[in-house]
Design a protein around this ligand. Structure first.
Ligand SMILES: [Zn+2]
Length: 349
């Protein structure tokens, strides 16, 4: 029933959008220069946005990949998958942007199990030369099991024993916290629910990528004495205000949040977002994320203020106005970065 109502909503959206959709030609595509490959010996921490919630955080040998997703099926493919299946990673599109994980990837983080965060992870499970540590929800873990990976080092982060507990690999420490996911439209969160048992085959339609528990992550890059040098925060979905108390004050007082990467879509469907996040974290720098139209192929260099295809219903300008108004009321405002797709932000250059 939920699935049916979700499908009806999706079809309504597709029909509404089809009329006015502006399409960029695929010829706008240019090769992506990956920071993690260009600067393997570099001591600087670089954050590269590859559209949607996909980030590559790299500092020398320590690389963290978040929600790698390049298949980007159209709304028609998503709706059609319910009847015809065939909802598989698009290897050509993946190879055009990130053919394989950087060799020194320590972590692959999964914010939640919707297809735009998880569906290409199965590809990397099978192709990465060295496998990183995967961190995500139980639902994400159980979906990935369907790919029958020969090896899967996975931390089920919504296990109560894991929440709020640091996980270390190399000179990086990741701490997962429980978050929430804003509804998509009409108060409805599409593809809701959990996958409680490991799957025996990969999902074949979009609705099998159930949301599961939503997570947010704090990522610490450590120095030689294991001290925190840089602390990052990322959420892959706009969240309810109450979730921020999951991050204890004592945890935050150990080191400030240097950079907060914030999901834009859904901001107007939950209360007090992103103010609740900013009040709690007081980041020194803010970077916006997840606002490009992921129903169309990735195009490098799209600028949110110069014709970027913004994801439907994100109301991007409204979010920026809200953020500007929030900081106007304060004595100091941190830099707010609105990256183009493919942009590299050097945190400490
Ligand atoms: Zn989602």
């Amino acid at each position: 029933m939920i699935r049916t109502s979700g499908l009806v909503v999706l079809l309504t959206i597709i029909l509404a959008l089809s009329a006015g959709l502006s399409r960029h030609p695929a010829s706008g595509q240019s090769p992506v220069a990956l920071a993690a490959l260009r600067h393997p010996d570099d001591a600087h921490l670089r954050l590269q946005w590859l559209g949607v919630s996909t980030w590559i955080m790299s500092r020398g040998e320590d690389v963290v990949v978040v929600d790698p997703f390049f298949t980007r099926p159209s709304m028609w493919q998503i709706a059609g998958s319910i009847f015809g299946g065939g909802f598989q990673p698009d290897v050509a599109r993946i190879k055009a942007v990130l053919p394989t994980l950087p060799e020194t990837t320590r972590f692959l983080l999964i914010g939640h199990a919707h297809y735009d965060h998880l569906m290409d992870v199965g590809y990397y499970l099978r192709t990465a030369p060295t496998q990183p540590l995967y961190v995500g929800s139980r639902t994400a873990h159980n979906i990935l099991k369907g790919w029958a990976p020969p090896k899967l080092d996975f931390v089920i982060a919504d296990d109560p024993a894991r929440l709020g507990r640091p996980i270390r690999a190399g000179q990086v420490v990741v701490t997962p916290f429980l978050s929430s996911h804003a509804p998509h439209v009409f108060g409805l969160t599409l593809m809701d629910g959990e996958v409680l048992e490991p799957r025996t085959s990969p999902p074949s339609d979009a609705w099998e990528y159930k949301l599961g528990q939503t997570l947010m992550f704090v990522i610490d890059f450590l120095g030689e004495q294991d001290q925190i040098v840089t602390r990052l925060f990322i959420n892959g979905a706009a969240s309810d205000p109450g979730v921020m108390t999951a991050i204890p004050e004592a945890f935050l007082s150990r080191h400030p949040i240097d950079v907060a990467i914030l999901c834009v879509p859904g901001w107007d469907k939950v209360a007090d977002y992103p103010m609740s996040v900013l009040d709690r974290l007081q980041p020194k720098q803010v970077i916006l994320s997840h606002y490009d139209d992921f129903f169309q192929p990735y195009v490098n260099g799209e600028d949110p203020h110069q014709g970027m295809r913004i994801v439907p219903f994100a109301h991007y300008e409204g979010f920026v106005e809200r953020l500007t108004a929030y900081y106007r009321r304060r004595a100091t405002a941190p830099p707010v970065i609105e990256p183009k797709t493919g942009d590299i932000v050097c945190v400490d250059c």
